[in-house]
Design a protein around this ligand. Structure first.
Ligand SMILES: Cc1ncc(COP(=O)(O)O)c(C=O)c1O
Length: 396
């Protein structure tokens, strides 16, 4: 059987990382990789994470399995951060939640739950969306469809087109929304737009599925959770996939959570049993370490305050560097104000694939062909060089 196996083409992002690493140019700039980086180009470990890790090591007595639903302190802590302890879905015990291996694991568990309930359910994703949504959700058996979202010419959400497409959906549909810091475009719904999509979900009966992988990196924890919180309060049902990879810097530890917000305690509990059995059939038990760290941080006021400060500093750096880049481009006569208005790690530069190639070949600036950049790759040290390079390929 295995002699029939054929290789797949290399992942373009991995190719880009390799090319960047091989490039001897000391001025090279990496805008491709999808992780946060500080001013020195490092993806740091949070001090709160290190402190929680030390206390975990000192007190850990076993490496036996964690229970299939995961670490209760982690689950409670994340839900409290996201929804708040006094949210009606929490006080009414209407959230069925299971720890998952990262946000990807949470997305897949959510998709498998939908597939169990209604095989082949249409799942609507934004154009564009994170490319991994398609295999993560489609391979579970859901039928992927697209709704319009980002208008590349206007550098903004085409909300009328999005609304018009979602207004045609019904109770058989699931609609995937990015909770904040849209990947890849960085353009997020305003509160009023969230409310309008919530109205549509109520009116038309579709189920929203919110992927929130950058909580706290846009406009802060409260603002970034607006969509999730209001939907969980207003709508009869909602699925949430939460990732701690970025906002706790725990990428490789695989800490995530899938939540089904349901109309009743009984349904939430039933959803939890289904999610557990789905997890059991894929990987059995979740990894312990990352969730134990998050659980410890969120159960300790001092560690929580330290984590929030560090997260605020990361968010501040992203906002600052977005503004600094837009200003550097303005000095060169090009309007990149939209970069300053967008949020999170990603934005589109809005240049052609040929210009992306020129940036790489002539200036050692690496980004994917769609022109999506990771703004955390920009620093005070490289921003002028980068702005010169972009201005040169744009011929401004
Ligand atoms: C939009 C989006 N969703 C989910 C994830 C899942 O992240 P992870 O599985 O690393 O927690 C990511 C990570 O890049 C993402 O960008």
């Amino acid at each position: 059987m295995l002699d029939a196996v054929r290789p797949l083409p290399a992942d373009p992002i991995l190719g880009l990382i390799g090319a960047y690493q091989r490039d001897p140019n000391p001025d090279k700039v990496d805008l491709g990789a999808g992780v946060y980086r500080d001013r020195s180009g490092t993806t740091p470990i949070f001090e709160a994470v290190q402190a929680a890790e030390r206390s975990l090591l000192a007190s850990e007595t076993t490496k036996s399995y964690v229970a299939p639903p995961g670490d209760p302190a982690f689950i409670r802590g994340v839900i409290d951060q996201l929804l708040g302890t006094d949210h009606p879905a929490v006080t009414d015990v209407r959230v069925g939640a299971v720890q998952a291996p990262g946000g990807c694991g949470a997305l897949r568990l959510g998709a498998e739950l939908i597939q169990r309930l209604r095989p082949g359910t249409p799942l609507w994703v934004s154009t564009p969306t994170w490319p991994n949504h398609e295999p993560l959700l489609g391979d579970a058996g859901l039928k992927i469809h697209a709704y319009p979202y980002y208008d590349h010419d206007a550098h903004a959400i085409d909300f009328d087109a999005m609304h018009a497409t979602l207004a045609q959906r019904g109770p058989d549909d699931v609609v995937l929304l990015h909770g904040c810091c849209h990947n890849p475009c960085g353009a997020d719904l305003t509160h009023a737009q969230w409310d309008a999509i919530g109205d549509l979900a109520l009116e038309r009966g579709f189920t929203p599925f919110i992927d929130i992988a950058y909580h706290g990196l846009g406009d802060g924890l409260d603002d970034d959770g607006y969509g999730v919180r209001t939907f969980a309060g207003r709508l009869p049902e909602l699925l949430i996939a939460y990732s701690c990879s970025k906002n706790f810097g725990l990428y490789r530890e695989r800490a995530g959570l899938v939540c089904a917000v349901t109309p009743s305690t009984e349904t939430a509990s039933a959803a939890r049993t289904q999610l557990n059995s789905i997890a059991r059939g894929i990987y059995s038990m979740p990894p312990a370490h990352g969730a134990a760290i998050v659980g410890r941080i969120l159960a300790d006021d001092k560690l929580t305050a330290s984590w929030r400060d560090e997260l605020d500093a990361m968010r501040g750096r992203l906002l600052d560097i977005r503004r600094v880049f837009a200003e550097a481009m303005a000095h060169r006569g090009a309007d990149f104000g939209f970069i300053a208005d967008e949020r999170g790690l990603f934005s589109f530069l809005g240049i052609s694939p040929e210009q992306v190639e020129q940036l790489r070949d002539h200036y050692s600036v690496y980004l994917v062909g769609s022109s999506r950049i990771n703004v955390a790759g920009i620093t005070e040290d490289n921003v002028e060089y980068l702005a010169d390079a972009v201005a040169a390929v744009l011929d401004v």
